[in-house]
Design a protein around this ligand. Structure first.
Ligand code: FAD
Length: 157
């Protein structure tokens, strides 16, 4: 199968953008991810899919937790930073117990890893949500579609 063509087909699914964060003996590590899926309300479960080659994969196994930080339309530079294109903007973290959260994100989920499923060249990290909060719905999200950042537009009724 043509991997690039498959990537373009996958890219036809529009998503939001998150930064996954965790803390280990090596300190706080963050990584941009759009594979976030809400899985279950009771119990509260979420899922992220992490490339085995990403540093984050080993860090998450060690940490046993992660923060999910959902980005607003104003935070494209932050997304690029945590995708390996570092910028010079200041980055601060807040904490839920030992779980780091990116200050200024429009929504946060603090999660404890329950299961790790190897899945091809990625691993699926299923986790229980132990805390969460969000800003009001007026804050527009950062979107990702077709390999590019996008903005939300309301549809006419
Ligand atoms: P690195 O590449 O070393 O680190 C990532 C960046 O974060 C570096 O620039 C580093 O300086 C910075 N950083 C890390 N910790 C800190 C800290 N404590 N303080 C300040 N800066 C810090 N990959 C996936 O596996 N799954 C996905 O779902 C996914 N979705 C993506 C969605 C988008 C929109 C984009 C742009 C990329 C996505 N990626 C995804 C790719 C992934 O973000 C990159 O491959 C990333 O570089 C992998 O990070 P790493 O863990 O290997 O660490």
């Amino acid at each position: 199968m043509d991997r690039m063509a498959l990537r373009r087909t996958f890219g036809r699914f529009a998503t939001g953008v998150t930064i996954v964060t965790c803390s280990t003996g090596e300190g706080v590590h963050g990584m941009t991810a759009n594979s976030f899926t809400s899985v279950s309300l009771d119990p509260a479960l979420v899922l992220i899919s992490i490339d085995n080659k990403a540093k984050m994969a080993a860090r998450l196994r060690e940490a046993g937790h992660y923060g999910l930080n959902i980005l607003s339309q104003q935070q494209m530079a932050l997304s690029n930073h945590f995708a390996g294109r570092p910028g010079d903007q200041p980055i601060d973290f807040d904490w839920h117990e030992d779980i780091p959260l990116v200050r200024g994100a429009m929504a946060h989920l603090a999660c404890r890893v329950k299961d790790v499923f190897p899945a091809g060249d990625h691993c699926l990290f299923v986790a229980e949500v132990v805390d969460h909060r969000h800003e009001d719905e007026a804050t527009p999200p950062l979107l990702f579609y077709g390999g590019a950042y996008r903005q939300l537009h309301e549809m006419a009724a």
